[in-house]
Design a protein around this ligand. Sequence first.
Ligand code: NAD
Length: 332
Amino acid sequence: MRVAVFSSKDYDRRFLSSVRTGDLELNFIEHRLTEQTAGLAQGHAAVCVFVEDEVSAGVLTRLAADGIRLVVLRSAGHDNVDLACARSLGIVVAHVPAYSPYAVAEHAVALILALNRHVCRAYNRVREYNFALTGLLGFDLHGRTVGVIGTGAIGTVFARIMTGFGCRVIAHDVRPNSECERLGVRYVELDQIFAESDIISLHCPLTPATHHLVDADALARMKRGVMLVNTSRGGLLNTAAVISALKNGLIGYLGIDVYEEENALFFEDRSERGAFDDDLFARLLTFPNVLVTGHQGFFTADALTRIGEVTIANLLGFERGDGPQFPVTTSD
Ligand code: NAD
């Protein structure tokens, strides 16, 4: 079976090629999948995509016309896929659930520690032989209240780490899980998360119900000086509202690994261009209490190994006629 692997980077080649692929022929394509590039999938039976690929109705219609019957995501999240359209066209969609909840949860913690103890500012100062501590004041995590929104695979690992710091962890999820409850996490309504949390970390998927979950109204209900962390999907935050809240001091710290308009920015070296077309992103970078990473939460050797293994297992299962190991259903 021939597979067109879109948005492929050197690490995708390395980790996919290290798995025994049977009869699969993987063709690595550097371009993102969009309506303009969908034609590159011609002659393949399946496409393999990542978070920045656009698997919209237009793209799926083109893929179906070219005989593609399977879309395999190298990610857990699948908000970039029009699932209803895929189903109507008879295209099966598969993903890699929970490849390493530790990778993303630990990255969220890295953002929290770096923001709180001003690690980036300290690093730069020391390199200039400036050892002054003014501006580096942090707070103890111990005893602080951490609000977790979404306690699936990643949110649960994150909650466990934060209880280890001695934090009081409260959570909100449409489906509470008993593992979190055993950790001592208390499930509460969103309002209580907003009102009581010193740190709020988002770990729910992007869906119509969670789009702009953090908007001006939600921000107004948060503790002044709150630390907000988003390693989930950019669309959970209304960026313009977040910028206003940073300007008036309502948000004390912002750590994000994802951004609403990240498809036009992330995963490429754009340093040559200097100025950005994206004014909101450029504004975010002007705040000293904002730390942005470019969607690297998943990026550990352990996670990529698992992504490679499950992606190949999904493809081989489909090729054998058993179906992919982890199909995405519209209820996921
Ligand atoms: P998961 O499916 O295990 O958990 C998601 C949880 O969110 C579930 O418990 C679900 O019930 C809950 N949820 C759904 N709708 C909700 C709502 N309206 N309010 C509150 N909770 C809600 O997923 P996961 O593996 O923990 O991943 C979570 C998200 O992390 C993914 O959807 C993806 O967007 C993101 N992610 C980011 C990276 C990265 O590199 N930054 C990597 C992997 C995943």
